[in-house]
Ligand binder design. Sequence first.
Ligand SMILES: [Zn+2]
Length: 298
Amino acid sequence: MRALLLVTTLLLPVAAMTPPAPTKASRLEPLRVGQLQVWRLQDGRISLAASLLKGLDAAEARRMLGGKDAADTPVNAFLVRMPGRTVLVDTGIGKDPEEDSGHLTEQLAAAGVAPSDIDLILITHDHFDHIGGLLKADGTRAFPKAVLRVARREHAFWTEDPSRLPERLRDRAPKLKALFGVYERAGAFRPFDDGEELAPSLRALSAHGHTGGHTIYAFTSEGQELWCIGDLIHFGAVQFRRPEVGVAFDLDGDRAVKIRQELFREAARRKVVLAGAHLPQIVRIIPKGAGYEAVPVP
Ligand SMILES: [Zn+2]
């Protein structure tokens, strides 16, 4: 499974990139949540094999995926404009010659925003498809005026004691240190502790399970809530209806299921707008049967 293999691949830029095709993206219109403006920016797409699903028999998985053995899955970042701040949540895969990826900059342009307009970057977790757009091909910061923030728990999980990680992931610590080091040397890398308020009406919710410090970002405006949920869910066609179904990417599978169930319950109760890194639409969820139905927010 290519996506699984990619988790272990080098995150630093690839030399001799071919120039990107001219941008033809038309203007992207934001969704409004209170005073927030929210854009789903699709950096790329990956194919997720049905066999990655845990706790669901193969025939049922195939049925829920519309008769297919894999789900064609977007890789999203989210742009959130709030009073006084322009925030980017995650940065996609970045340019990779073997992937349909690296479209974040042109998507930002279609939203009317330049990389230098971003003043805050929030990372949900350190997987390749969330941090791949942080650097330009020349190894400098893609977002030169942004402060980069990651949960200290997540940063420590990957970099402080690699012996706790599955063997296939142990080589990632030096690569991550090098990547974040580019921002750190510019005084622009600020890990945060659990419970720290990141800005007025913006808080981080610890949601570890998928990774050791996976984090959700909760924005509030005029009584409405937007949660950027990162990888709380991968298969939109399956895991809303069956939140107890896990995926092979979850490093602590039991905990990932538990936190998904807890946060979906709360999101449904409070009618939270959910922006998922691997969902094709921004949604609200309503209880249905033993799970939820996802309703796209227009
Ligand atoms: Zn992901």
